[in-house]
Ligand binder design. Structure first.
Ligand SMILES: [Zn+2]
Ligand SMILES: [Zn+2]
Length: 281
């Protein structure tokens, strides 16, 4: 089982970090969790062309986590000789968002149909959306996926995924504060991937941009801090903690500072870094 951070950024554009997404490769499957800004570029760098994705799992409908979903759908269609549908699993509300996205893509679909007979006569640009809820389970090939509740209120519903295959497990928590359901989902996992922020640095941002202080302050109460993630990892007894979605963006040379916040609370392996950082179980 291999986990690749295909995007470690956040809504704040950063020249070196794509938006949030994570690639899990196990049991012959390429499973993408969330699809933030620039994900297709990072998939190319990871050696996984978009048409080779088995399924896309979406933790919640915040724009930074789904902004490039349309790129994945279109790219799969136009780069595959006989395109199979893009398979999407997401929270309740996913279908409505995808329906609107497909409506947005209608002009492009017409242009390509008008120009390419093989696309016109093919199966078309297709998506299959499964809305899932906490407690649900499903399979992607031989990989088993368990859905758990997370807490990113007022954003709701939000879900995390536990993927199990070949005797290994990884949890993709998405944006959430610590909660008992997250602990349960993570219990004994080989790898736990958590989106995190640094309240101390967010405080600095507030001082530099006072006009946005109120809005910046709001993000503190619905994300896990680095310390929170480390404590969840310890409570749940995971082996490896992987941090991503750094808010604000982790600058080159700051890795040790971020790590130092986690190590007092978790004695297992901690992985963080640039886009395309990997962990294996
Ligand atoms: Zn979010
Ligand atoms: Zn986010």
């Amino acid at each position: 089982m291999k986990v690749t951070l295909t995007g470690t950024g956040s809504p704040i554009p950063d020249p070196h970090r794509a938006g949030p997404s994570t690639l899990v490769q196990c049991a012959g499957q390429n499973i993408l969790i969330d699809c933030g800004r620039g994900v297709a570029l990072r998939l190319a760098a990871a050696g996984v062309p978009v048409p080779f994705l088995s399924a896309i799992l979406v933790t919640h409908l915040h724009s930074d986590h789904i902004t490039d979903l349309n790129d994945l759908v279109t790219t799969r269609w136009i780069l595959t000789p006989e395109a199979t549908p893009t398979i999407i699993y997401g929270p309740v509300g996913m279908k409505k968002v995808v329906d609107a996205m497909m409506a947005m893509l209608t002009p492009d679909q017409k242009y390509r149909h008008d120009h390419h007979a093989d696309l016109r006569n093919g199966p078309g640009m297709q998506v299959v959306v499964h809305e899932v809820s906490p407690g649900d389970e499903f399979k992607i090939g031989d990989a088993r996926v368990i859905v758990g509740r997370t807490d990113h209120r007022p954003v709701t519903p939000t879900i995390g995924f536990r993927i199990e295959a070949e005797g290994k497990s990884v949890v993709l928590a998405g944006d959430t504060v610590p909660c008992s359901e997250l602990d349960d989902l993570c219990r004994g996992a080989d790898i736990y991937v958590q989106t995190v922020l640094r309240p101390d640095l967010v405080e600095l941002v507030k001082q530099f941009v006072p006009a946005l202080a109120s809005r910046t302050n709001d993000i503190l109460d619905y994300h896990s801090s680095v310390e929170d993630a480390a404590k969840t990892a310890t409570r749940a007894g995971v082996k490896t903690l992987m941090l991503t979605h750094y808010v604000p963006a982790m600058q080159a040379g700051q890795e040790a500072d971020w790590l130092a916040l986690a190590t007092p609370h978790f004695t297992g392996k901690i992985v963080l870094g640039s886009d395309l950082t990997t962990a294996e179980a």
